[in-house]
Design a protein around this ligand. Structure first.
Ligand code: PBG
Length: 324
């Protein structure tokens, strides 16, 4: 007798009945870039279909995103002026702070997250304060906490520290609680690798380091046990959700972190993952839509509960269409 797995693949309906993983619009968190100015929607060349918005224009975009069923956005700010400490990042009237307030006013139900980091705001492009040519961990904690508090004061529901300093989740949690923001959550970029796949983002956010690289604080790509250690530490420090980043080259890490953790695990389908697929599709080398859905499904199958992705709107359109 031949065992025949193909029986379950015979028709579309049957395949849908036995499907093990399903992608939902509610899984998506959409990254948005915000900068100074009025009425701006400037295309990001290396990320076709993505834009830098001014704070006034971003609320309308958020309303469109919400209208598609996408529950959440994460904001990245491009400041007017950079300095050694990235002080504009905690300005009450900074770009992110204004964008958060504008979105909350127009779309109150949306879960608004903010990226907490200094690299976009420092003139040297590193994710913290520099001392003797190195990013000083403990001095940076205070700056990150200040930034996180200012985002939450503007209305952010979650802050997402992406700097990879040791102890920052605990420092941010303590600062938020001290200010009375006990309800604000932390989505920690717990497992963030020093990856080449952030290339297009650094153009979009103007955040490339001006000397050296980030290997002294972001994780070494060959390491997996260290990912579990980082995840556990951030959970102990009070993270409400944790993230693995990038997603595609680290599907094994997503799976392992999912199995070790009792809180939601997000994965960041980063700019380089987006750009390479878009570029190949543009050349006609692959079917962009199918490849996108396959990639997103693979991240979910690996164990991610949530996916930060520039594909959120496109994928939502397809998921909405399939439902009808
Ligand atoms: C840093 C930050 C980066 C990304 C998110 N937050 C870049 C970096 O660490 O250099 C990358 C996101 C992407 O590539 O889509 N604050």
């Amino acid at each position: 007798m031949i065992i025949r797995p193909r029986r379950l693949r015979k028709t579309k309906t049957l395949r849908e009945m036995v499907r093990e993983t399903s992608l939902s619009i509610k899984d998506f968190i959409y990254p948005l870039f915000v900068k100074y100015g009025k009425g701006l929607k400037d295309p990001i060349v290396s990320m076709p279909g993505q834009y830098q918005f001014s704070a006034d224009a971003i609320a309308k975009e958020a309303a469109d995103i919400w209208g598609l069923g996408i529950p959440s956005v994460i904001l990245f700010g491009i400041p007017q002026k950079k300095d050694a400490l990235g002080s504009e990042s905690w300005a009450a009237e900074g770009v992110v702070q204004r964008a958060v307030a504008a979105i909350k006013e127009k779309v109150p139900g949306m879960v608004v997250m903010t990226d907490v980091c200094l690299c976009e705001y420092t003139d040297h492009g590193h994710c913290g304060a520099i001392k003797d040519g190195r990013v000083d961990n403990d001095e940076t904690l205070e700056l990150l906490a200040r930034q996180a508090v200012s985002h939450v004061r503007a209305g952010a529901d979650f802050v997402a520290p992406s700097d990879m300093m040791d102890g920052r989740v605990g420092a941010i949690r303590a600062a938020l609680d001290r200010e009375g923001f006990t309800e604000a959550g932390i989505l920690s970029y717990a497992v963030k690798y020093a990856s080449a796949f952030y290339g297009p983002f650094r153009e979009a956010a103007d955040s490339a380091p001006q000397f050296g690289d980030r290997a002294g604080y972001q994780m070494d790509p060959p390491n997996a046990l260290e990912a579990i250690k980082e995840a556990i530490l951030d959970i102990e420090e009070g993270a409400d959700m944790i993230m693995v980043k990038p997603a595609l080259p680290y599907l094994d890490i997503i799976r392992r972190v999912r199995e070790e953790s009792l809180i939601p695990v997000a994965a960041y389908n980063v700019s380089g993952e987006y750009a390479m697929l878009k570029a190949a599709a543009e050349k006609g080398w692959l079917d962009g839509e199918r490849a996108m859905m396959e990639v997103l499904t693979s991240i979910k199958r690996a164990g991610a509960d949530l996916i930060l992705t520039y594909f959120a709107k496109e994928a939502a359109l397809i998921l909405n269409k399939n439902r009808m």
